[in-house]
Design a protein around this ligand. Sequence first.
Ligand code: AHR
Length: 515
Amino acid sequence: MKLSKTISAVVAVFCAVTLYSQDATIRIHDEGTGNTIPKEIYGQFSEHLGRCIYGGLWVGKDSEVPNIEGYRKDVFDALKALKVPVMRWPGGCFADDYHWMDGIGPQEQRAYISNNNWGGTLEDNSFGTHEFLNLCEMLGIEPYISGNVGSGSVEEMSDWVEYMTSDAKSSMADLRRANGREEPWKVKYFGIGNEAWGCGGNMTPEYYSDLFRRYGTYLRNYGDNRLYKVASGASDYDYNWTKVLMQNLTRKGMNGISLHYYTVIDWSRKGAATSFSDKEYYNILSKAIEVEDVLRRHIEVMDQYDPQGRVDLLLDEWGTWFEVEPGTNPGHLYQQSTMRDAMVAALSFDIFHKYTRRLKMANIAQVVNVLQSMILTDETRMVLTPTYHVFEMYNVHQDAEYLASDCISAKTKCDRKIAVPEVDVTASRKDGVVNISLVNTSLKDSRKVLVSFDSVKAFTKVASARVLTSADVHDFNDFDHPESVKPAEFKDYKFTKAGLEVTLPPCSIVCISGK
Ligand code: AHR
């Protein structure tokens, strides 16, 4: 007791002394945690919504937009560079209106429907199962299929799995072969419904639990394909939904339970994506980091019913959600992405990494042209958003060993209960290389940060360092200025006796790798 008090006092004095000359101190525990950051934390979500699929991922083979077998070449290449580990499809709310048979066979014979969730736009089903799974295969992405419980049937869902994954002689597998795909695809992640408490059927958790068991029974493993079944989980603060599903479905075929958390403060006044006050900036960051409390509380419930950790938590929808860009279809949820969104992404990752004991996947909404997208397109033009750059800079953490750290920094108060840390960090190690990502949320001030390690020789040489920042937090990339916000080489660091001293520019994200 006495010893631990003495150690705490020494640490406090050390921090006080170092903080005197620094704005923040970070101590990285390089002995390691043994915890890996699953690459699936960097997952994407593609939905038949607005121009996510049509015009975003897919233009068709006859398009004047340069394409690879119908996929936009520029978007294809950008996704390849991003190392996308997993992609969810076809929704979202769209999934519970989707009948997969509409989207197979000769394109000109496919059914066309009105996309009733998203603006009543014509959906010609030219992008269907083959187009999605082939795209995943070409890019090395693990597909995550979201099945229709709300308006579909057990038979329809069961047939879909057989169509995609069976190599047997059966009418479903033969239909796939007749449609040009001889070998079955590998499909691991399969979601049984989406937002069953809302657009996926307005159910109670008790009723949905029974449906999950019924639908799940008929989703079979063909050959060596092994399905990982995901239950449609809670939104935000609905801990009771998680509790009922954990009570009813643990050891009943549920491998994962989903969670949706959007960075929205007021659903009736979501605010503009590109114009906001300083106060609104901090409020949004505060709402984003509140996800930590939400994750912790859902995990507490899961721990209660599943102490062995058989069931994973999947945050399969997250991100900022603002008003649509002026002049665009309100049903298409098209928004710009500024440096503020980049901050939300970086701070969110720092939190997700901490909870990967239970949190095994996260899918930002959505990959192209909707909400907090990686990529925006306009006819033949494309831009990468600041959020894309965060995903690209942070992909060094994919499948790396998480290194716990202590970060002491001031916090900025805002209108919400949770104050925003000025400085934040993630450290990880892969193949002997240590990767440190740092965030300075301060809008006006640079922040001098001392990064030290438990073992003196853990990090003595920087191999690469990049920064993402911009003169103004409102900056974004548009089609006339596609490179306003992009990563640059970073040099503002030096080794001192106490560790690595880094000066972070205002509103910046820095990634440093070395040994
Ligand atoms: O991402 C947009 C929508 O938000 C999704 O379709 C739905 O699941 C959620 O409510």
